[in-house]
Design a protein around this ligand. Structure first.
Ligand SMILES: Cc1cc2nc3c(=O)[nH]c(=O)nc-3n(C[C@H](O)[C@H](O)[C@H](O)COP(=O)(O)OP(=O)(O)OC[C@H]3O[C@@H](n4cnc5c(N)ncnc54)[C@H](O)[C@@H]3O)c2cc1C
Length: 492
């Protein structure tokens, strides 16, 4: 009997992940690189990534879908969308483009080995049925996001095992959790906590948001007037999509500029908004006045001010305090106060993952991404035939996913034209001695998951080419203008 492993299947390009980036990447590849064979390998049993993994009550975007949606597919609903609405949008893209036949679900890539002699990656994927699948590819298009999907980050607090109720993380929400009539404590103050609190407050006995420190929030109607007006005028959806995107991006740019040029004024405006919802007697100084600058962390949008309405109605409240330990009945806080709970939700963030927790090797040597330098947050020195989509933190992720897809397609076509089998980025003579720093500047982004995970990520230089700008307005011109003949690109 022949027990040798089945031969590896070959694809010109392998896309890792069927989230918003991977599905978008497949669309662009099909359109801009016709004839190229490709497959999408996805660890989970379906598409969606973030929007499939997270199933907590109220799960929704905090970006508007005109900019979080793809450039090529009009968004026609309210700007802030629920996960099921985003999944439906992605499902339409998959159906319209016939992408289904290219996606392999239940395939978690565990190893990727580059061989310079053949200019190919050999890929090993653990299948959800227990088997192993092998592939080879000329190009790895990494759309695997930035965090582990199987488990969220929960700090190790003393006494957790003694708590008599349920502890749940938003990333692994139990289907059977019934919170009606229960006392709920949500630990955290980011967008996830701010979504869960009002969503659970409708039927829970009471929901307390327990935060170590406050977050900035913006509120507004979940509607875009100009979109509704243009629709009333019978303008086609392609135009509406483009016009609304431009308007939103223009206003966002102005707002971001202001957070840098007049942070105190912006801060005062944001806090005034909170006071308007919670009334003059509410302690905004303690519970809603962050220690960081507006936009040093992602600024969460609260549609229709539902979090504040829940607090004002007494169905939800905020406690700003530390956790000393868990008890049988809830939490003992640093101040000595106690919080009783039936359910404790740990909305405490992610485990950052460097490129999908895959064991990478280059010609037999293990690859450590923290020893590489990034080219525009997309390619890495010494790593051939690979690009990663890491979107924006301050703007919608997908804006960048679309642009990186254009870049990848242009690079693949350029390689074909010059008959190159291999491309990698390398520091040029003029980059010698360039100061290197972490992937994300901690001054600019102080979120916990970034601080915890920077050491596993590639490094950045101090020139625009060698960093991820996180600035849509700079990159929308810079990325299409990348000179593929520049000495930073080494072809073989
Ligand atoms: C709750 C929540 C809300 C968010 N809201 C917004 C928002 O409103 N706006 C915004 O801009 N950003 C938001 N983000 C950030 C968000 O993650 C990104 O915007 C975007 O969805 C990421 O898409 P992605 O396809 O790059 O990655 P992901 O959504 O993370 O998808 C990656 C996929 O790759 C798969 N994968 C990973 N490793 C492997 C492997 N080794 N082998 C095979 N498959 C693998 C995963 O299973 C997953 O399906 C939010 C994040 C969270 C957690």
């Amino acid at each position: 009997m022949d027990d040798s492993p089945p031969p590896a299947e070959h694809f010109d390009v392998l896309i890792v992940g069927a989230g918003i980036s991977g599905i978008g990447g497949a669309h662009h590849l099909q359109e801009q690189c016709p004839g190229r064979s490709f497959a999408v390998l996805e660890a989970q049993a379906g598409f969606g990534g973030t929007w499939r993994t997270h199933r907590y009550p109220g799960i929704r975007s905090d970006s508007d879908l005109y900019t979080f949606g793809y450039r090529f597919k009009p968004w026609v609903g309210p700007p802030i969308a629920t996960a099921p609405e985003i999944l439906k949008y992605m499902e339409e893209v998959i159906a319209e483009d016939g992408l289904d036949r290219h996606i392999r679900y239940g395939h978690r890539i565990v190893a990727a080995r580059w061989d310079s002699a053949t200019a190919r990656w050999s890929i090993e994927a653990a299948r959800s049925d227990g088997g192993t699948a092998r592939f080879t590819t000329g190009f790895l298009y990494m759309c695997q996001g930035y965090y582990r999907h199987d488990q969220g980050f929960t700090p190790d607090w003393p006494g957790m095992e003694r708590f008599g109720g349920r502890i749940v993380h938003p990333q692994t929400w139990p289907e059977d959790l019934d919170h009606a009539g229960k006392r709920v404590v949500v630990i955290g103050s980011g967008a996830t906590a701010a979504t869960i609190v009002p969503a659970m407050a409708d039927t829970a006995a009471h929901v307390t948001m327990l935060q170590r420190s406050p977050t900035f929030f913006r509120t507004g109607r979940n509607a875009i007037e100009i979109a509704d007006e243009l629709r009333m005028l019978g303008i086609n959806e392609e135009w509406i999509h483009e016009i609304v995107r431009r308007k939103i991006l223009f206003e966002q740019a102005r707002f971001i500029d202001r957070t840098h040029s007049e942070p105190d004024k912006v801060k005062a405006e944001l806090l005034a908004e909170v006071r308007r919802h919670l009334g003059p007697d509410y302690d905004v100084a303690t519970h809603f006045t962050p220690r960081y600058r507006p936009w040093q962390q992602r600024l969460a949008f609260i549609p229709d001010a539902d979090l504040f309405r829940g607090i004002a109605a007494g169905r939800a409240s905020v406690v700003t305090d530390g956790i000393e330990r868990f008890t049988e009945t809830g939490l003992l806080l640093t101040s000595g106060a106690t919080l009783d709970a039936d359910i404790i939700v740990t909305a405490t963030g992610f485990h950052l993952s460097a490129l999908g927790d895959i064991a990478f090797e280059i010609d037999g040597r293990p690859l450590d991404f923290s020893e590489t330098v990034t080219y525009r947050g997309t390619m890495f020195t010494g790593v051939p035939n690979m690009a990663w989509v890491f979107g924006y933190i301050r703007a919608a992720w997908t804006l960048r996913a679309d642009m990186v897809a254009d870049f990848v397609c242009r690079l693949l076509n350029h390689m074909q034209a010059r008959q190159a089998r291999q491309v990698e980025v390398a520091l040029r003579p003029e980059d010698a001695g360039m100061a290197l720093g972490p992937w994300l500047d901690p001054e600019e982004f102080s979120s916990g998951y970034v601080a915890r995970g920077q050491h596993v990520l590639p490094r950045s230089g101090d020139k625009p080419e060698w960093r991820h700008a996180h600035d849509y307005w700079a990159e929308k011109d810079a990325i299409p203008a990348i000179d593929l003949q520049d000495a930073a690109f080494v072809y073989r």
